[in-house]
Design a protein around this ligand. Sequence first.
Ligand code: SF4
Length: 244
Amino acid sequence: MSEFMSYDEILVKCQEINTKYEINQERFDEIVDCIIDNEEMSADEKIAKAFERLLQAVNKEIGDMETTARLQPTCQMGCAFCCYFPIVTNKMEARLIKDAIGKMPENRKSFIENHLLNYYQTYQDKINDLHDLDIATDPDAKYTYKKANLPCPFLNLETNACTIYEIRPLPCRTYVNYTDPKVCAENVMPKETISYEFLYQEYMGAMNELLQYLYENEKIENVDYPGDLYQEDLLINWMKEAVR
Ligand code: SF4
């Protein structure tokens, strides 16, 4: 008998989460309230802080759901098959990632910048082929992208680690495997993995609430609100601009 859960057992666990777990909306609201009340930060610093903290809240939320259903991820350090999926962010998130890299210690920042330069040279042809894929409307786009075997721009291929781990965007946090890690190695689109992508609603809802407040009461310099929230694209396209 396998030491790992079967697909059917995973479905039962999902059902258990659906029936027993209620999303902790307060967790997201409290972050926004606390950041709004901070008089030391500028509007743009508040947005950057909220981005970081709301993403952490998504992780905590997933952790609580796992506790509820007694689930233990089988994702392992150095396993990066999910870093070959298309990652989509909006313009504001892409900008916040770039800004956060710009504020990193010099050696880490230059490592990432060099890594990106090499990446866009090495994978130029594949990136051009995938540039116009529309993940939102093309039902085959995800499969096409994954099949192309293009690593994420931020994946360190020597260590298989994320170079921007603490500010990795939401899709990188919401995709989890609870069964044999081999399913990710052996399938382009494994059916056994779980996506908590529905938490985007709480995360972006809270972000939107903060932005709305700042738009009405303070001065935002770096984000075009609300336009930047509605412009979505692949991370490979957003980050290409960073190395120009
Ligand atoms: S941002 Fe990091 S975690 Fe997300 S896909 Fe890229 S390398 Fe992987």
